[in-house]
Design a protein around this ligand. Structure first.
Ligand code: HEM
Length: 521
């Protein structure tokens, strides 16, 4: 998601007050509708303020504020981020029009300062505009990095890293201590992503543990933020960016990541790697060489493409899967009957093996329902990644001009009582006899997006979540600390602007070893 920074909004409110007063004095129409061209029907939307547009209505949790506004203004709603026009899509019918009927004309991404810099001027997949580079890169990663064969090839990484996680929790359980599952989930998915990408886990990298988490978080904020310069006319935007340090933050994140990429790539180019396990850098360096032999200086795949892809792997692969495991555990802890049902299933099916392996996963039907329900209530990217209209469109009868940003509120549609019975309740059984899947054909359920931009790594994401969650349920019984009751668990979301949304509070737990843990596989 790309939304403006909150300090920027506060500052702009102050700076634009005199203008607002002037406009009120002159009784200028603030309805936000264009009256000059009667043939054009813009979508309805909340009243706009000069300079700020609709920013003052964004709130601390944008997907929630936008959902509330959509109840009033409708499922195709105009919403201006300062001077940047956007529409917010909040019904499955409208989402289908955008992501299926008009997919080709809406599958580009907006060009924003932060995304441009961190992706080496759009040499990646996730943030690059629709065009030759995106098509080439998307095909390459789909075939080479996320194919079924490749996902299987990294099975040993997932199982080993989940094994190490279970061992470390087991040690904690021996002392009866409390630990932070949120942090452990992040470490797990970061380690898996690092090992698949570079051949070592991130504890063995130049980033120290807490700094890497910070850099990823900062990158998510940078990628999720529209800069002041884009949002507001000069000199407001420039002042805002200077004062809130947006530009400095982009440069800091860029240089930290770039130095790291250069280092690991150089290591991979040193002689003596023969016989090492093949990782994603090896694969990409081989493609770089092949493309350069075929096309010389016109090659579409160069060193900077590799670096840009790493950003996609970090942002796509780490937080999304970690947040899903974390939310699933929180929901099960809040619903002890469902927790027992999920634990009984995995313990009966896996028996006394000591660990859940990927061979067991296909038999864990209830576990799969739990994950589907978790992704309904808690899609990690609640507004997906913004799209941009490349031409003039009509959506639900409304005119959408080219260059309009398009946000799809997957979070809101996943909780809409029109489509979901007891929409706010966690009920995995609702998916039992349903054909809803992750492939983006059912527009009320879009945790991975839809159309040409759908997540290319669904299999990899889901298998990581399944392996981790199944082992956590199998290996331990879980208690809340300090006599907390399930109903005391805080299920609120953390406020702030970012691509992903996490729990407001870390999930602190006390693990108790189940009887078969520790037995060899
Ligand atoms: C539970 C796990 C995951 C979830 C819920 C998830 C969700 C999403 C969503 C919502 C999008 C945007 C789709 C759209 O714009 O319509 C996306 C795109 C993307 N995801 Fe994932 N993702 C997950 C795991 C992963 C993993 C493991 C990777 C890579 C290691 C990954 C890489 C990407 C990339 C590269 C894109 C951009 C695709 C494009 O723009 O063409 N994702 N993902």
């Amino acid at each position: 998601m790309a939304l403006p920074d909150f300090p920027a909004i506060g500052l702009l409110v102050l700076l634009s007050l005199p203008l607002v007063v002037l406009i009120i004095k002159n009784k200028i129409n603030l309805s936000g509708r264009k009256n000059s061209n009667l043939q054009q029907i813009p979508p309805p939307g909340p009243p706009k303020l000069p300079v700020l547009g609709n920013l003052y209505q964004l709130g601390a949790l944008p997907h929630q504020s936008l959902w509330r506004l959509a109840k009033k203004y409708g499922p195709v709603m105009q919403f201006n981020f300062g001077q940047i026009p956007a529409v917010i899509i909040s019904s499955p019918e409208a989402a289908k029009e955008v992501m299926k009927v008009h997919d080709l004309d809406t599958c580009s991404r907006p060009s924003l300062v932060g995304t441009r810099r961190l992706t080496y001027n759009y040499l990646d997949v996730g943030f690059s505009p629709y065009g030759d580079n995106w098509r080439f890169m998307r095909k390459m990663i789909t075939l080479e990095l996320f194919s079924v064969k490749r996902v299987k090839a990294f099975r040993f990484v997932r199982e080993e890293e989940v094994g190490l996680l279970i061992d470390s929790i087991s040690e904690i359980s021996a002392s009866g201590s409390t630990f932070d599952l949120t942090e452990k989930c992040f470490s797990l998915t970061a380690n898996i992503t690092f090992r698949m990408s570079f051949g070592f886990n991130y504890h063995g990298s130049d980033f120290d543990k807490s700094r890497f988490h910070e850099v990823i978080h900062e990158a998510e904020v940078v990628m999720g933020t529209i800069s002041g310069e884009e949002c507001f006319p000069r000199p407001f935007g420039w002042i805002v960016d200077k004062l809130n340090g947006h530009q400095a933050r982009i440069e800091r994140v860029f240089h930290e990541l770039d130095t790291f990429y250069r280092h690991v790539i150089d290591e991979h180019l040193k002689p003596g790697r023969e016989g090492a396990e093949e990782d994603m850098i090896d694969l990409m360096l081989a493609i770089e060489k092949e493309q350069s032999q075929l096309h010389g200086s016109k090659s579409q795949f160069r060193r900077e493409n590799i670096k840009a892809i790493f950003l996609n792997l970090f942002l796509g692969g780490i937080d999304t899967a970690a947040l899903t495991v974390n939310w699933a555990m929180a929901e099960l802890l809040a619903n002890p009957i469902l927790m027992k049902k999920a634990q009984d299933e995995v313990r009966v099916i896996v028996g006394e093996k000591g660990r859940v392996t990927e061979d067991d996963l296909e038999n864990l039907e209830y576990l799969k329902l739990v994950i589907k329900e978790t992704l309904r209530l808690h899609p990690p990217a609640p507004l997906l990644i913004p799209r941009e209209a490349s031409t003039h469109l009509k959506i639900s009868g409304y005119d959408i001009p080219p260059k309009t940003m398009i946000y799809v509120n997957a979070w809101g549609m996943g909780r809409d009582p029109i489509y979901w019975k007891n929409a706010d309740k966690f009920i995995p059984e609702r998916f039992a006899n349903s054909c809803l899947d992750y492939k983006g054909h059912d527009f009320e359920y879009l945790p991975f997006g839809a159309g040409r931009r759908i997540c290319p790594a669904i299999n990899m994401g889901i298998i990581t979540v399944e392996t981790a969650l199944a082992n956590l349920l199998y290996c331990f019984d879980w208690k809340l600390p300090n006599g907390m009751k399930p109903q005391d668990l805080n299920m609120e979301e953390k406020s702030g602007v970012s691509l992903t949304v996490s729990r407001k509070e870390p999930l602190l737990l006390v693990p108790v070893n189940w009887k078969h843990i520790g037995k060899a596989i």
